[in-house]
Design a protein. Sequence first.
Lengths: 610, 295
Amino acid sequence: MTESFRLEILKQRLVLAGFSGAFAFSLPLVAVAAKVFEHPLRPAVDSALFFWVYVGLPLAACVMGASAGAGLRRTYELEAPLPVSPERRAWAAFGAAAAQLLVLGVLVALSVAALSTAPEQAAAGGMGGRFMRGSILLLSYALLYGQGASFVLASLSGHGVAGGLAGAVLGVCSYAALGAGLMVSEILGVHPGDFPKAWGFLPKAWGTVGLTFAGTAWALGAAVRWAERERRGWGTPVAAAAATVGGVFLAAGLAVSSFKTVMDGLHQFGIVGAPLGSAPPEFTPEARREVFRGLMMASWSGDVVRVLPDGTRQMLFKGDDHSLLDLVKAPLWTRPTNYLWDDDGTLWALVHGDPRQGRDYEVWRGPAEGPLSLAFGVPRDVVPTLLMRGKRGLGLVGVDHEGTRGFSAFTKDGKAAFVRRNGHTALEKQPGAGLKPDVEEFLKKGAYYLMKDGRKGLFSVPSEGRGNIAYLQGGDSYLFVPEKGVGRFKLHALPEGTLAGWRERWSAIRFSPGTGFAAPLDLSAAVGALPERETPRFARWTSESLWLIQGERRLLRLDASSGALKDSWALPSGPKGAELVVTLDGIFCDTGRELYFVGWDGAARRLSLR
Amino acid sequence: MNGPAFVLEGVRRSFGSREVLRGVTARAQRGRVIGLLGRNGEGKTTLMRILLDMLEADAGRVEVLGESPDGTGRIRGRVGYVPERPAFHDSMTAGEVLELRARFFDRWDRERARALASTLGLALETRVGGASKGTLAKLAWVCAAAHDPELFLLDEPTSGLDALVREEVLTRFIEELQDAGKTLFISNHRMEELGGLLDEVWLLAGGVIAEVFEAERLRREARRVEGRLKDAASVPEGLRAVRLDAPAPLAAWALFDAESSRRLLASGALDAAQESPLTLEESLKRLLALGGRHD
């Protein structure tokens, strides 16, 4: 094999010399041309290098491959009498062609490294760097495949030019298909939950590459063996051609699969975080019932739905239809960006507007069961980022024309949305100005209570120990309540409106707005053996029973009087666990593949979302 | 190493719809010089390439020096081959061609190669591109012999050689090989040039080995019989003979064994028949015509 390889290197040296010479000559020529025509030198050289990477090298690959393949046919009479099998000679010929392509590739790469900024871009982090590295890998694959395909087809047909052209087409098609599939999957294939993500494409892509190389490698030897030794029948050449061409179909199939995965993924739902806002509202009982009855989910296509325990889907916001071309042309984002519940159970949403309507942002609203409808458009000189609840009611946090972050309130009917002063939409300069807890009273008493605002609504403020007020992110409310001799602990809001927490390890405590703190409940007998990292969280607490979620995997029911464990159920789970959302009637479990609802009796049922 | 040099059993080979070899069966003993006689297109080169493992038989059994051809080319390391049209890399000199082969053949002997080249008058600096047919033929001979193969397959080995060199190759070179106990399988249109060297003559006709003649027996028994044709219908069937040209009313045959001569003479088909010995060279000339009857 070594001797055959050396012979092939000798035979093919002129091809390499030609391309190397052309490359070496082209760069000074480009530099001279840039000077003569008074163009900037750097971009001219960059363009030349770009040409060599994306045109020159592929051309060289196919010419070298085809030349090697056709050359074997031409030198049959000269070399067949040597004591080497046709397959070995084929492998030696292709290996020599690949080695020479590698030499040319290294020449080009060194020039790129020395003269271009591409290496820094490739080494950079983030999506840009990743894409460039992926592009280099993909190009390397396409070069080798194109060269192999050119070799096989040239040796089957005996025509170097035809084989080279066909190989070039196959290489380009394969590159385009895999590249498109990867790009679509990487850019667009990020899905909520546990749905197929970008890197799910990569194992299939590597599999495709592997199969393509394996098929082409087999075809290399088979083609030459047929052409020299068998010379009968059409089975072998057809199989060799199919094994070579098959790589393109595999890549195309993978691209289509990627597209389909992304398009399917657009319509797969993930949980939307509980939009309680920075301060939980004081829900009316009816509103609380509606708000905490269902589960809000959104898809990448922009549909927002409320799912009820019986699986009913209520459309809150209808997303836009996207074609794949739309997704490629413009980044994908869902129109609703932010949600907030009002006290009466109204759902408000900050939405990307329709530019054709002259609006960048809009505020929509509607009942808990949907649908939402347009309330008003946000003036263009305000860039809102968040819906919030303030002293003056609901409002938008955003930046004004001067880049100042502020808060602007709007009435619930949306009529008096913004105040315009001096030609600009006015924003309150203090983002938290709408919140005015009774701080002095708070600090005087030396302890931290649940704070109430001027409307006597219930909200909570996490204290940093100095009376500073910080805003919460939404979802559970966390409250540090240090009492004399008791120490600090957290309370978590439960859907029914009470707060519960661990006062100290395995001593549970509950706070009800009307009655205050209940006596602590010792749960050490039921859960005392659990490690700290599996400290259960509270799901529901009634006068008879207390429900805990242990390790996001099990639902425990304990006696509310004695703390004894009564029932224990496994919660539905997926390969990566499950995302759990507690509602009034039970727990929604999103395993990433399926959505389940588990009632307080432990009974689980699967809700179809597909 | 006592087995046959090669064995062919029912070997078939087609190219497209054309069946060239239709069940060749033969056995070559080691140390023999075998002439393969056949008309153009009968499949002599095809047969040689099958033996060389350069071509795969469609059917049948092939064994060369105790090995079955398996596509690896290993057999070619033990066989010397002179093709009908020798070809080498144009950009190389004769010396470079030999050096290339030295790296491929395990048993290559560089000294032997130089000596052979000298014997044949081959200048090693001669560039292959543009070399004469004779130069290429000499180079082919050196390439065939320098690795001391056990079996030689020679396809028109004297083609392109001038008369002097042809004589040198035939009388000295092949004799040396024969004396060394090598097996030679030679295809030659002018088989009569090899008359004194042959042990056997195989006639390839109709895609099979139609006839096998011992050269010594041919030398002893081949006859020319001529006489006045009395009764054409009485000429026996199945004679190992070829009809020769003769002016009417005479008829003449070349008969290749004593039995055929006896049967013809006894048939009464000829009047005043006269028989005379046929030289081996003359027999070999006439044998080719025998191939026509087996198509």
